[in-house]
Every structure is written in C-alpha cells, then in structure tokens.
Design a protein around this ligand. Structure first.
Ligand code: GLU
Length: 476
C-alpha cells in the first residue's frame, strides 16, 4: 500500500506555525516511505476563505519546500462530486431529507438538554422500518442529514493518542448538505479523503471531535469492513504563558519568520522537535528528519513554542550551511533592503564570511549593506573620537600596503594593518577604527579583515583614498 498523507488547510489566513508543523509531519510521514503527499485547499467556507490566503499558504509551502504530489485540490471545484455522493447516500437510505426548521431543531435540542441528554436532532425525518414519515411541507427546501448508526461505538485508532472510543448514541445525524444544496465541511473532508486514497490523516487535535462523525460517513461509503485510514491527531502548540499560540505571542505566520531572517530548514528543524524527539539530537537536516521521523513517537501532550530556541537552531543551520545554499535567502533579504543585481558568486562570498557571525539572514544582509552603499558621510561622533592628526598618514600607509597585496585575503589584509601599527608604534585600534570609519562611514562593522574582504580590493582602496582626503582637513 502506498502511504498517502494530505495537508488540508482552510484558507482563512496565513500558514501559521501549527499548520506548518502538521504539514511537515504529513510530508515526512509520506516521503520517508516514498509515499504521496497531497495538498488540498479546504475553501468551502466562502465567507472566510480568500484568494490572498490561498496564495499565502502556497507561498509558505513553497518556501518551506514541502512539495506536494499531483495537482492541488480545491474543494470548491469538487461540488459536482459531493452532489453525486450525496445522491448515492440518499438512494442507499444512508442519508435522508430533513424538513425541520431551525427553531424546531433548537426545540429538540432543548428538550434533550432538559432530560439531561446530549442535545441532538430527534430523528423526526429519519426513515425507520415501519415508520410513517410526516408529509413534506410545501415550499421548504430540506437539508440532508446523514443517518448515523443508532448504536454501537466508533473507535479511532490514533497513532499519537492511542485508541479513542465514542458511543454512536452521542453523535447527531449530521447535516451533510444545507438547504441551498451546498455540502458541509465534515462531509467534504470524508469524500476527499476517500477519493484521494488518503491512508494516514495527520492533523491538529482540534479535529478529534470530527473524527467519529467522519469515520461513520466513510464507513457508509466504503463499507463497514473496508480499511479505514490511520489517524494521528497532533497536540496543540502553546505560547510561554500556556495559552494556545496566537498573534499575542509574536509572529505566528510562517512567512514572518522568513522576513525575520530564519532559514526554512531551521524552521522545519525547530518544528519537527516540537513534540517529537530522536534521542537528544537537536539539529536535523532534511535528510536526517526523513530518516528518523516517526509519527508514532510524537508526544500526546501540548508543546511550548520557544522563540529563543528557534533562534539558536537558526544560527546552527547558518553555521553548517554551505555558502552557496544561503545565496537565495540572502538575495531575497538584500532585495528587500533595496540591493539588487548582485551575482551568485559575490553572494556566496558574503555568506561564507557572515554565516558564522550572524544569527539570521536578515542580520547578514543588514551587516553587509555597507558593501553596497557608498559612504556619503562619516559619523561625526566617531570621527571626533577616532580620527586624529596622524590618521590620514596611517590610512595612507595602510592603503599602500593593501595595494601591494598579491592576494586579497583576510589574513593578508590584517597583516598589513598590524604592520602599519607596529611601524608607527601605535595600538591596533588607532589604525583599525579609522579604517572602519573610512570604509563604512561608522565605527561598527565585522572584524577588520572580514570588512575588507567583503568590500573587495578596489572598493577598499577607493574608500581609503576618499577618507585620507576628507580626514586631512579634520582638526585632529
Ligand atoms: N481544514 C482543516 C483546518 O484547516 C483541516 C482539516 C483536516 O485536516 O482534516 O483546520
């Protein structure tokens, strides 16, 4: 049997952290065994679904590189299919038309509550052997209800939570099509899972209550003895305050993490560990996740989102990344900061230098801006503090030393700086700080050798020349 999982977001907002983890677990479970991963957009709630949200979800899935197999399914494009299945259920006597008004249904529920029972539809329109149904009222469009088994129990074999047993008497005769003919959520999910041959349903545990209803409908469609999908209900993610993760806890949309400079692989790594462990290993590549992830070892209790740990995981991923693999994200961040058209080789050089000293790609980009922005001004405070009468001459000596280098490396550049400070019997800082101000306009930049390597020879020499001229007129 091919393992087939699905991710079935409702497009009512961005892809949030919890959704991304569900998608990841589903993707891993399928891909680890060479199975299929289906993406299905559950957009039947037309009031709450938007095209922007669909796009936001697709963008996030692409950024995370959780690739789906085959077409993307949209429930709104499957109404004919749902209607066909409803007709079949009606013909089989497994569903029925119900003409009760909303007020009548509410009164039935009230009556059940008064008797201390679960509020339920009372079955007025449900056909039963030997029962005569009321005459359908004129001009009333019926809803369609599913004839839930009247006795017995439904067992969910859940890979995370274990077996969950529900007595069918607890379950209502669910409305599967509204009076206007539109199918309802729980029904569409079942038809889809059946048609798409989903073998493993991995989703948030906020859906546990839907599962027995869905199982009963599915059994009505495929037969009581056909094999059901396996379920795994994944617990919630909480904020540090123990409440369900929400906007109050900061960024919850996946793409906000991109904007903040996280790597997709790092976010996935953080998410895979949120509720699952493999020994005490914290850092996982995609391949390692695929090798070790096991849905059965996902813990049953909620997990707590820890932004500091995510940042640490991101830093670890930056450190271990090949510079070429950071080019795409670095390009994206630089573009957002207004820097475009930088070639891949240059970006990889930058990544090689910055990746060990930054926690995020955003930080990498911000700390590289000086390379692309001409120095238009020297920070007056820094100049006052670090530029002295001797500075132009020291900078000129550095410039000459650098101009003579055969190879433009950090080591060679810092050897020149050391030499100049030794020759002139001044501390390194008296040379290095003015160099920083000269080439970046301010006193803060990566180490002097990294700064010069990032900038490149021509630009360094040109900026030093300009500074020597500018500082010559400083009072010192
Ligand atoms: N559309 C549902 C949601 O976004 C998921 C349904 C499912 O996985 O069965 O919560």
């Amino acid at each position: 049997m091919t393992i087939t999982t699905r991710f079935a977001p409702s497009p009512t907002g961005y892809l949030h952290i919890g959704g991304a983890r569900t998608a990841l677990y589903s993707w891993l479970h399928a891909k680890a065994s060479g199975g299929r991963f289906v993406l299905r957009i559950e957009d039947t709630d037309r009031e709450r679904s938007t095209d922007e949200a669909v796009q936001a979800i697709l963008d996030a899935m692409e950024w995370l590189d959780l690739e789906h197999d085959g077409e993307i399914y949209y429930q709104t494009k499957r109404f004919d299919r749902y209607a066909e299945v409803i007709d079949w259920l009606l013909a089989e006597g497994k569903a029925y038309r119900c003409y009760s008004t909303a007020e009548e249904v509410e009164a039935m529920r009230e009556a059940a509550r008064a008797k201390g029972e679960k509020p339920k539809y009372d079955g007025t329109w449900r056909p039963m052997p030997g029962k005569t149904l009321p005459e359908p009222p004129e001009g009333v469009d019926p809803v369609i209800r599913f004839a839930t088994p009247l006795d017995g129990e439904t067992v969910i074999h859940d890979m995370v939570k274990g077996d969950i047993t529900i007595s069918n008497t607890e379950l209502d005769d669910l409305v599967i099509a509204r009076a206007d003919g539109t199918p309802t959520y729980n029904f569409c999910v079942v038809v889809d899972d059946m048609d798409m041959a989903i073998s493993h349903i991995i989703r948030g545990d906020d859906h546990v209550n839907n599962t027995p209803r869905q199982i009963n409908i599915l059994k009505a469609l495929i037969g009581d003895f056909a094999e059901l999908p396996v379920y795994a209900h994944v617990p919630m993610i909480l904020g540090a305050d123990g409440k369900r993760l929400s906007k109050r806890h900061g960024a919850v949309g996946v793409m906000r993490y991109r904007e903040e400079g996280y790597l997709p692989g790092a976010l996935l790594n953080y998410l895979v560990r949120l509720g699952w462990a493999h020994g005490d290993q914290e850092i996982f590549t995609r391949e390692q996740m695929l090798e070790h992830f096991d849905i059965e070892h996902v813990q049953g209790g909620a997990s707590t989102f820890d932004p500091d740990k995510l940042l640490w995981v991101n830093q670890e991923h930056l450190k271990m990344a090949a510079p070429e693999d950071l080019v795409g994200e670095l390009r994206w961040h630089l573009a957002r900061l207004g820097i475009e058209d930088v070639d891949d080789t240059r970006l990889a050089e930058i990544a090689a230098i910055q990746k060990g000293r930054c926690k995020t790609v955003l930080e990498m980009a911000e700390q590289t801006l000086f390379v692309f922005q001409p120095v238009t001004e020297y920070e007056p405070k820094a100049v006052k503090k670090h530029v002295k009468a001797a500075t132009p001459d020291l900078l000129a000596q550095v410039r000459d030393g650098l101009a003579k280098l055969d190879e433009w490396t950090g080591e060679a550049a810092s050897a020149v700086v050391k030499q100049v400070s030794a020759d002139n019997e001044v501390g390194m800082g008296k040379v290095a700080q003015p160099i920083r101000i000269a080439v970046t306009g301010g006193p803060v930049s990566p180490s002097i050798d990294d700064t010069l390597v990032l900038l490149g020879r021509d630009e360094t020499l040109a900026r030093l020349d300009a500074a020597v001229a500018a500082f010559a007129s400083e009072p010192g």
